[in-house]
Design a protein around this ligand. Structure first.
Ligand SMILES: CC(C)(COP(=O)(O)OP(=O)(O)OC[C@H]1O[C@@H](n2cnc3c(N)ncnc32)[C@H](O)[C@@H]1OP(=O)(O)O)[C@@H](O)C(=O)NCCC(=O)NCCS
Length: 204
């Protein structure tokens, strides 16, 4: 991913942020949402991420990180403090939708619902999103193959990803690409019962 893809991938992140649909009904401010979910990949390690294009237009992305321990260090020491600083300076719109969304994330976190698989075996992770009108055309598969090759050339032997029952189209996709279900946990956000799923894959 190149630095000039930054705005396009942030837009796609927002437009696909709720199980592949626009997150706008559930979150107030695109800047806050995308600072949280994109900053590491766009600003710290863009070389491990990939974009799918149609001509000059970016229509999908795979955010990758070969070393999740590094991600965690940077996320908690740099990204979160920077987001909190902006929030305290009133740079984000934080309304009822956002407060409910954050509450839904914190609950399962406190209850241990986001179990990370052993990072010695599965050190890398990823997030992938394709714009709705470009799905099922092989782009996701190609992004994954590029990432697997990127990891193999760095000697990385395994990877993991988190998803949920909201991502109905992604589950058969991950199965097709050889991922295996590692853990499953149910939690409730507002009125919805959601199952968080973690998949793992060992690279040959
Ligand atoms: C999941 C996603 C990344 C897959 O990318 P894609 O480009 O649509 O997938 P591909 O066309 O490369 O599909 C590869 C294979 O995965 C499987 N697959 C993909 N989408 C599928 C679907 N909707 N239903 C059943 N199988 C599917 C198929 O086996 C497919 O091969 P085939 O078309 O030869 O049968 C994309 O659909 C997407 O962005 N969805 C919404 C956002 C999302 O859920 N992201 C994941 C967040 S965890």
């Amino acid at each position: 991913m190149a630095p000039h893809d930054r705005e396009a991938v942030r837009r796609i992140c927002w437009e696909t942020g709720y199980g592949g649909d626009n997150i706008a009904p559930y979150f107030d401010d695109p800047a806050l949402f995308t600072d949280f979910f994109c900053s590491y990949y766009t600003d710290i390690e863009p070389g491990s991420s990939f974009v799918a294009t149609d001509g000059d237009a970016v229509v999908g992305y795979l955010f990758g990180c070969p070393d999740t321990r590094r991600y965690n260090r940077v996320f908690y020491s740099k990204i979160i403090p920077s987001i909190l600083g902006r929030a305290l300076r009133g740079r984000y719109r934080i309304g009822r939708k956002t407060r409910r969304y954050i509450g839904g994330m914190i609950g399962p976190f406190l209850l241990g619902g986001y179990r990370t698989p052993p990072l010695d075996l599965y050190p890398a992770h990823l997030h992938i999103n394709i714009m709705a009108s470009y799905r099922r055309a092989g782009l996701g598969h190609r992004l994954m193959e590029s990432y697997f090759e990127h990891l193999r050339t760095r000697g990385v032997k395994g990877l993991h990803l988190s998803t949920s029952s909201l991502h109905a189209t992604a589950l058969p996709f991950y199965n097709k690409l050889g991922f295996q279900l590692y853990s499953k946990s149910k939690h409730r956000t507002g009125k919805e019962q959601i199952t968080s799923l973690i998949y793992v894959k060992t690279l040959e």
